[in-house]
Design a binder for this molecule. Structure first.
Ligand SMILES: Cc1cc2nc3c(=O)[nH]c(=O)nc-3n(C[C@H](O)[C@H](O)[C@H](O)COP(=O)(O)OP(=O)(O)OC[C@H]3O[C@@H](n4cnc5c(N)ncnc54)[C@H](O)[C@@H]3O)c2cc1C
Length: 340
């Protein structure tokens, strides 16, 4: 097989950002580039799927539209990962991502920086000016932070008004009063990243306990500027042009209080990125995730889905396990299409 490795340099996995011009996917050929397997999304699921396919000598390419390593580099690069077997416990998320990227490189996978804008039912993908066609397509494009549905949330979101869904640069919160809405891994991870930078952090969580495998680390004592309000809801975001505070209701007592805030960060869960698949008839389940069978096959022939876009247990290890299954299925379908 003629395998030309066009892997792009990806040095800054710990500094997720828009890919610079010179590292975008190359300009188009008149006809689409042909691959055995195309993977949409370069997070743990996509990188692992591509590595497994590459090791099976399938000609494979991955498209990543934002940050190689996905959530690991974009959301929690400094998080210590304790629940991924086979690596040193406490490995930093960005280091784990680096290993996954290196795996894909070693497997001779082509890594293209570019957002996939369109997918066709016959497995052609369009990213900027580039088009590529795969005998198999693996969807691994993850999820996006969900809206919390708080009164006036949209008014302050998206125009630098003080409502945030992704924290790329914690120093933007220096000296600020920050309210974090939510009580899962994302909320805890945000506390870790903003602690010592923000003036004060208040977590407001609807439930009486956090939804995490680990609790808040011991170093987050109240005197270090952290307040935890459990069993409470942020009902409204207050301010004129910018966020100035939040109105919070305590469930047990019904007591309403107003907290000052310069920024409100939403950490209330994630929504699978499925909008792009609407036109090609990919079937979703009742929770809006891509529906797959046990072999990660969607309802559209030749299209598989792995990781957070289709998984109910959103973990690195499940994303990677699904990637292994999908790669096996892709290999079977390509090498033995009539023997099923
Ligand atoms: C704060 C936080 C902490 C976590 N901590 C842990 C932990 O300690 N242990 C654990 O096991 N799990 C943890 N998780 C969950 C884990 O990170 C996810 O389950 C895992 O990242 C899923 O991998 P994925 O590749 O499916 O999705 P993602 O990591 O979301 O990657 C998807 C990728 O697809 C790309 N993409 C999307 N659309 C397009 C497009 N159109 N074109 C090209 N690329 C696209 C995105 O840019 C992204 O890079 C945590 C999650 C969060 C939010």
């Amino acid at each position: 097989m003629n395998r030309k490795n066009t892997v792009r340099p990806i040095e800054a996995v710990d500094a997720p950002k828009e890919p610079p011009e010179d590292r975008k996917a190359p300009d188009p050929d008149p006809k689409p580039a042909d691959y055995d397997v195309l993977v949409v999304g370069g997070g743990p699921a996509g990188l692992a799927a591509a590595s497994f396919c590459g090791r099976k000598l399938l000609r494979t390419a991955v498209f990543e539209g934002d940050s190689w390593g996905g959530i690991l580099t974009r959301w929690c690069p400094d998080k210590r990962i304790d629940n991924y077997p086979g690596v040193s416990p406490g490995i930093l998320a960005r280091e784990l991502a680096r290993h996954m990227i290196d795996d894909a490189r070693r497997a001779d996978v082509d890594l293209f920086e570019g957002r996939v804008e369109e997918i066709t039912p016959d497995r052609e993908v369009v990213s900027g000016k580039m088009r590529a066609r795969g005998k198999m397509l693996i969807l691994a494009n993850g999820s996006t932070a969900a809206e919390a549905g708080i009164l006036r949330e949209r008014e302050f979101a998206g125009r630098n008004g003080g409502v945030w869904y992704v924290v790329r640069d914690p120093t933007a919160f220096r000296g600020k009063e920050v309210v974090i809405v939510g009580g899962g891994e994302s909320a805890i991870s945000l506390v870790q990243r903003l602690s010592g930078i923000a003036l004060r952090i208040t977590i407001v969580h609807r439930q009486p306990a956090f939804r995490t495998q680990s609790s808040l680390p011991e170093e987050f004592e109240p005197d270090r500027g952290l307040t935890v309000l459990l069993d409470s809801t942020v009902e409204e975001i207050l301010g004129n042009d910018r966020v100035r505070g939040v109105r919070v209701r305590e469930h047990a007592t019904g007591k309403v209080s107003v907290l000052p805030a310069d920024a409100v960060v939403m950490a209330v869960g994630r929504r699978p990125n499925t909008a792009m698949f609407r036109d090609i008839g990919i079937s979703l389940d009742e929770s809006g995730q891509v529906r797959t069978d046990l072999w990660q096959r969607t309802n559209v022939p030749g299209i598989l889905a792995v990781g957070d876009v289709s998984s109910h247990l959103k973990m690195i290890v499940t994303a990677v396990a699904q990637a292994a299954i999908a790669a096996h299925q892709a290999c079977l379908d390509i090498r033995n299409p009539y023997g099923k």
